[in-house]
Design a protein around this ligand. Structure first.
Ligand SMILES: Cc1cc2nc3c(=O)[nH]c(=O)nc-3n(C[C@H](O)[C@H](O)[C@H](O)COP(=O)(O)OP(=O)(O)OC[C@H]3O[C@@H](n4cnc5c(N)ncnc54)[C@H](O)[C@@H]3O)c2cc1C
Ligand SMILES: *[C@@H]1O[C@H](CO)[C@@H](O)[C@H](O)[C@H]1NC(C)=O
Ligand SMILES: *[C@@H]1O[C@H](CO)[C@@H](O)[C@H](O)[C@H]1NC(C)=O
Ligand SMILES: *[C@@H]1O[C@H](CO)[C@@H](O)[C@H](O)[C@H]1NC(C)=O
Ligand SMILES: *[C@@H]1O[C@H](CO)[C@@H](O)[C@H](O)[C@H]1NC(C)=O
Ligand SMILES: *[C@@H]1O[C@H](CO)[C@@H](O)[C@H](O)[C@H]1NC(C)=O
Length: 634
């Protein structure tokens, strides 16, 4: 029997590791606030579920005055009806996990004594009871949340979407979809007004009265930065976009007013979302990168050891980490620039240009933005020469004046298996990739060479790895850096140049064995980026450049830059708001690639069945099958 258990156990833990989530702070924080119940035997939900567990301790922090909604199930562990409903609620939470930036699916156990106060206050009459609390919710007499009456998944999902869509647009939640129905008179350019350049498409969906088809679809697609779903109910709008409201269709419109009609297999939000995803994939657009968490990792998000970080980064190599961007900037300013004796001539110009570009695409918090901006103002005053010591003195004066600048003091994505490995040069690449992508999304910048020129000047004049700098200049000349025609091409130029360096250094003595040099992104990180399967023997990669571009834009989108491992995240509080105001980033989205999660789930179930079959068959003629035999076959 233990073999069966082993198989199940292994598959279940495999499932756990493919749990998809997003590097979104608020959710991470929320999961961390989950305090264990006094009696761990109690409670119907555990770490393997996507249900946020509430207690008297974290209830207010999770539900009250939030920028997103909550669905709260009040239940009693011992109530049979609650137990029967629990699997449904878990399924709902898993299905709607991708909506987490807009609504948290949570539950509180009223059988736990410490929760008595909450269950009393919220006037829970029967168990289970589901209540919806909107953004900004505050409890008040007569307002203890809106009850949801159905216990069927489809109906709960639909009621929830209706409640969410009826909320006033919550401007302070960038993930909130735009539920305002499209009016007949609205032009296509009006639809795109104010949207970030990454939003290349709008999906128009007819939503009949009392239906939530389009609203649910919008929520399902929170993790696709390339599309915004808009609903409409006027037949005239359908006519305008040549949509037949009697069949299942979506109009996909782009900024050039090009329309594509998508036929959907059935009238369900899942089918609509799938049809749109497929259309985006065939346009080589990619979803937001997923976050893969290991067991127990959630609890360590703000308290990670070096080993935790290495494990996390191994699982999430495709992410860009805020900590690395900051380390690069700190090292540039404190070390590389400060240690030059006299900065003059071309070197001074290079510094001025670099600081100008950094000021424009600065990932630091408020204080850090002030620092770079004032430092640049200081440096541009000089037109002959500036002493490194004076620069350092001014840097320190400004840092003392402005207060804390850096939200962390260690590498995360660039962490090495030992302190002498990786680190700064890795973070420097990361910073320049980041800036090149920000420039591509900045509608006020027309110069395709803006970032490449700043980088070239910086590497040539300041980068302390002299042979790297020489290699880079030779490569820049060979790859015709000065003829890059567009900002998108600049992003790809840097990517290709970096891959050339990766190729050259693969297997080099300086390589960190734990982080071998590979062509980036790997097929695991971005399947769409590779045309077909590049065989291991054949190192010629067949890249899909459009998908690579979309992927690079996703991972460097400031909203998706991971804040994992930061010690002072509060310093970044308003960074996203500021960037949004400057339209440097869009109202983009949530995380889980639900489709993928479901697929893997189904896959694991099939594998389990197969494993059992195999076991049953084998045990017929073999008394002691070993666990590893079975696993080997699986
Ligand atoms: C301009 C420059 C030139 C260099 N030249 C040399 C040299 O000539 N000789 C030498 O020994 N070292 C050179 N280095 C250092 C070397 O490239 C690595 O930075 C160092 O070896 C650390 O490697 P790493 O594994 O941490 O990843 P890095 O190559 O530093 O990559 C950093 C991160 O960027 C991401 N990444 C990787 N490839 C790409 C890509 N193509 N596009 C986008 N993102 C990507 C990955 O997430 C990776 O973790 C140079 C560095 C720079 C900045
Ligand atoms: C939670 O909020 C309610 C209503 O604002 C308040 O009365 C209560 O004291 C709070 N509880 C805790 C533990 O902060
Ligand atoms: C939305 O806001 C308007 C005006 O700000 C207000 O009159 C209305 O009651 C609000 N609706 C909801 C559902 O909160
Ligand atoms: C909600 O948004 C407001 C305004 O941007 C911000 O001050 C507040 O901290 C946010 N609250 C949460 C819980 O994110
Ligand atoms: C929509 O719901 C309302 C209230 O339940 C009902 O009065 C109305 O007839 C419904 N409309 C349609 C088209 O079903
Ligand atoms: C951080 O981790 C250490 C060791 O893993 C532990 O002792 C400590 O209590 C943790 N701190 C917090 C705030 O969780």
């Amino acid at each position: 029997m233990w073999n069966q258990q082993l198989v199940v156990f292994t598959l279940v833990s495999a499932l756990y590791y493919v749990q998809a989530g997003v590097p979104l702070r608020r959710y991470e924080t929320l999961m961390m606030q989950q305090s264990p119940q006094e009696n761990p035997e109690l409670g119907l939900y555990d770490d393997n579920d996507k249900v946020v567990r509430l207690t008297a301790t974290n209830f207010n922090a999770s539900v009250l005055e939030q920028n997103r909604s909550s669905l709260v199930e009040f239940y009693n562990t011992y109530c049979g009806h609650c137990r029967r409903f629990a699997p449904t609620y878990k399924e709902l939470a898993a299905e709607l996990h991708g909506w987490q930036d807009v609504v948290a699916i949570s539950a509180i156990d009223c059988a736990a004594e410490e929760n008595n106060g909450i269950c009393r206050t919220y006037e829970v009459m029967g168990y289970p009871t589901m209540r919806y609390m909107g953004p900004g919710y505050k409890p008040a007499a007569g307002n203890f949340g809106q009850s949801l009456t159905s216990q069927k998944i489809n109906e709960i999902r639909s009621q929830l979407a209706a409640l969410i869509a009826a909320e006033n647009q919550t401007a302070n939640n960038p993930h909130w979809p735009n539920f305002t129905p499209v009016a007949e008179g609205e032009t296509v350019s009006a639809l795109f007004e104010g949207l970030h350049s990454q939003r290349e498409h709008i999906a128009l969906i007819y939503e009949p009265e009392n239906s939530t088809l389009a609203s649910e679809t919008a929520l399902h697609l929170l993790h696709w930065p390339a599309v915004q779903v808009r609903r409409f109910s006027e037949a005239a709008v359908a006519t305008k976009y040549q949509l037949d409201i009697n069949s299942n269709q979506v109009a996909l419109v782009n900024r050039q007013n090009h329309r594509q009609l998508l036929e959907v297999s059935e009238q369900s939000s899942a089918a609509y979302a799938k049809a749109i995803e497929n259309a985006l994939l065939s346009l080589h657009l990619t979803p937001r990168p997923r976050l893969l968490l290991g067991k127990g990792e959630q609890a360590k998000i703000n308290n990670a050891t070096n080993k935790d970080i290495v494990d996390y980064v191994h699982r999430n190599k495709h992410l860009v980490y805020q900590a690395d961007l900051e380390q690069a900037i700190r090292t540039i300013l404190h070390n590389e620039v400060s240690k030059v004796n006299e900065i003059k001539g071309e070197q001074l110009l290079a510094l001025q240009r670099f600081l100008t570009v950094l000021q424009r695409y600065n990932p630091l918090g408020t204080n850090g933005r002030q620092l770079v901006s004032q430092l640049k103002d200081y440096v541009v005053q000089f037109n002959q020469a500036l002493k490194g010591a004076d620069f350092e003195q001014e840097l320190k004066r400004l840092e003392a004046k402005l207060g804390s600048i850096y939200s962390s003091r260690h590498f995360v994505g660039c962490i090495g298996s030992s302190p002498s490995k990786r680190g700064y040069s890795c973070s420097l690449w990361t910073l320049f990739h980041f800036m090149s992508v920000q420039a591509a999304g900045n509608e006020h910048s027309q110069d395709p060479l803006e970032v490449l020129q700043a980088m070239h000047g910086y590497i040539k004049n300041f980068f302390g790895c002299t042979d790297c700098a020489e290699h880079f200049q030779a490569m820049a000349a060979r790859r015709k850096i000065w003829s890059v025609p567009t900002k998108d091409e600049a992003v790809l130029w840097l990517w290709a140049a970096h891959n050339e360096v990766n190729q050259r250094l693969a297997g080099d003595a300086t390589e960190d064995a734990e982080f071998p040099k590979k062509q980036f992104p790997s097929a695991e990180s971005c399947a769409q980026c590779h045309h077909g399967t590049a065989s291991a023997a054949n190192s010629e990669y067949n890249w899909n450049m459009e998908a690579v571009l979309s992927f690079l834009k996703n991972i460097h989108n400031p909203q998706f830059v991971s804040r994992y491992g930061l010690q002072h995240e509060e310093l970044l509080q308003d960074t996203l708001e500021k960037m949004r105001a400057k339209r440097q980033i869009s109202n983009v989205f949530s995380d889980v690639d639900m489709q993928m999660g479901m697929f893997l789930y189904a896959f694991c179930i099939i594998m389990m069945v197969l494993a059992f079959k195999l076991f049953a068959f084998k045990s017929g003629y073999r008394k002691k099958p070993y666990g590893h035999d079975l696993l080997g076959k699986v």
